[in-house]
Design a protein around this ligand. Structure first.
Ligand code: ARG
Length: 554
């Protein structure tokens, strides 16, 4: 079913003969505001207020809202009629998508996210790219887009020279079996600290690049072991990918990429290397070093070419930390010159996670915090909260709840931040039962569910009527769910969805405090139960789109 903002924007568009955008209005004056009139007025050399007047005359919205009013230099405000809101809510309650329409024009969106480097443990910083990308993918799919997810792991590079020497001469098989990535990391550091082995490492790398069978086999084994470890984390986080091609997949394409870049004059020689220069910028994008080696940027250009040819995407979204901004600026600028047409390329970057001291989060001994250990701690801490709240529950149920709460808390704490800024990691804040946290929302869901248990019946398909102002307020908020999801996807900002859900829980509490549900008489009772059901469904769906599980008891 079409959303309210869609119905209104279509109506205005028809009268205006041009696109009209609907957004939330200042609640003092209405529920929605149309803009776009000023642009049209300017183009037609008309007075915007006069044009707005003319549009209003032509609008037939009697079934939807009170007579529209003009605000400012030419906005139109709409205040929905409660009967219309009630009808929409009734429709949404009978729709398995809760009234969220599928987009009219589905796009193909490639999301490149998580992308850790092999032979290194995933650390706390990887959580941002991993869950941000996952959320955007979930929301994109739910809205009906064709989403292709690709984990662009770093599985090629000079580090393999050192890893191979380490593997051949210093490997500890018991350690490798117990903690594969830990052992690989140890080997890498061990060799890296031995300058006398540098030449030997370089020789192993050259052998690998030339296709030496033994070195290729070791390289593959290292990737396999790393992927298995990554997979453990992804399983715990509920994250999956359509593809994990990795950088190495593009190796065979790199010579042709550089040849083509040179051929069309984009890459030029500089001290034996080939570079793409950008006017007004000091640092070029190096695509081939003087020794013939290709670089990270070369791979990204090859990757882009592959994705464009293979999938014809409308958008490609790269999710990484903020330190890669220059890299992507350069890659995008190069792509704009290299391809006749490029998709919408976006670098979705995030700030750092800081410790309580305001510096990048580290362990007490100054190491990077490993993601696996962080998730363990989250579950342990959540278990303590659950045990305190619900000591009667059997151990396995408590653990299951703790998993949803602990992992959910970590994810939510991250997704509820403005992604571009750094934030301070705080267990106490993210696990708090009050405030804008996952446990608060999970508990809010449990409370709504308990209403149905008490009511002793499953809600039928009763029509909804909206009597009390708090009930109307909740209903109007519910009708904004689809606008929220679209806004999150348009601006890559999941914190708008967390904010929406937090507000939903707040509005539900106010409604529940003011409107008896089970104790009220029919038909109010059934109508309110339907409203409760829809609220719970949207809470569940919203959390699911953030990759967070709901629980039935807490
Ligand atoms: N492996 C890279 C890193 O850990 C991130 C890759 C991001 N994606 C890309 N297409 N460059 O920094």
């Amino acid at each position: 079913m079409p959303s309210v903002s869609q119905i209104l924007s279509d109506t205005v568009e028809r009268a205006l003969g041009a696109p009209a955008l609907l957004r939330a209005a200042d609640p003092k004056f209405g529920d929605y505001q149309a803009n776009g009139i000023m642009t049209v007025a300017k183009a037609r050399n008309e007075n915007p207020r006069a044009l707005a007047e003319k549009i209003i005359q032509q609008l037939d919205v009697t079934g939807i809202c009170e007579p529209p009013t003009i605000a400012g230099p030419g906005f139109i405000n709409f205040k929905l009629k409660p009967v219309f809101v009630a009808a929409q809510i009734t429709g949404a309650s009978r729709d398995e998508r809760h009234g969220v329409p599928v987009v009219a024009k589905p796009k193909t969106i490639v999301i490149d996210f998580s992308s850790p480097n092999v032979a290194k443990p995933m650390h706390v910083g990887h959580i941002r790219s991993t869950i941000l990308g996952d959320t955007l993918a979930r929301i994109g799919k739910f809205l009906g887009h064709r989403v292709i997810t690709d984990n662009h792991i770093g599985d090629w590079g000079t580090q393999f020279g050192m890893l191979i020497i380490g593997w051949k001469q210093y490997r500890n098989d018991a350690a490798l079996a117990a903690d594969p990535i830990g052992e690989l990391e140890r080997l890498y550091k061990f060799i890296n600290d031995k300058p006398e082995l540098r030449d030997a490492a370089k020789a192993e790398l050259v052998k690998l690049q030339q296709g030496d069978a033994e070195n290729l086999a070791i390289w593959q084994k290292i990737i396999e072991l790393s992927k298995q470890e990554f997979e453990k984390i992804y399983r715990r986080l509920g994250v999956s990918f359509d593809h994990t091609f990795g950088e190495s997949f593009y190796n065979p394409m790199l010579p042709a990429v550089v040849a083509d870049l040179r051929h069309c004059g984009l890459a030029t020689e500089s001290d034996g290397a080939f570079c793409i220069f950008f006017p007004g910028q000091d640092s070029p994008l190096i695509v081939q070093k003087a020794d013939g080696a290709f670089l990270y940027g070369t791979t990204d250009l090859a990757t882009l070419k592959y994705r464009i040819t293979e999938w014809q995407p409308d958008e490609i979204v790269y999710v990484t930390d903020a330190r890669q901004q220059l890299h992507f600026k350069q890659v995008f600028a190069a792509a704009a010159k290299w391809f006749p047409a490029v998709p919408d390329l976006r670098h979705v970057f995030s700030g750092s996670i800081l410790g309580e001291d305001g510096k990048p989060l580290k362990t007490r001994s100054g190491q990077n915090v490993k993601l696996g250990e962080l998730l363990d701690e989250a579950e342990e801490r959540a278990l303590a909260v659950v045990a305190e709240k619900n000591p009667e529950l059997p151990e396995d149920v408590r653990r299951q709840i703790a998993r949803a709460v602990g992992i959910g808390a970590v994810k939510y704490a991250d997704l509820s931040q403005n992604r571009t800024t750094d934030y301070i990691f705080s267990w106490d804040k993210m696990l708090a039962m009050n405030g804008n946290t996952a446990p608060y929302l999970q508990y809010a869901y449990v409370r709504v569910q308990s209403i149905f248990r008490k009511a002793g019946d499953t809600t039928g398909a009763a029509p909804v009527t909206l009597e009390h102002p708090t009930e109307l307020d909740l209903a109007k908020h519910i009708l904004r769910f689809s606008d929220t999801l679209e806004a999150v996807l348009a601006d890559d900002k999941p914190n708008w969805l967390t904010g929406y859900l937090y507000e939903l829980a707040g509005k539900f509490s106010v409604f529940y405090a003011n409107c008896p549900v089970i104790q009220s008489v029919e038909p109010t009772r059934s109508s309110r139960l339907v409203l409760c059901r829809l609220t719970a469904d949207i809470m569940k769906r919203g959390l699911n789109l953030l990759g967070i599980d709901v629980i039935e008891q807490m």
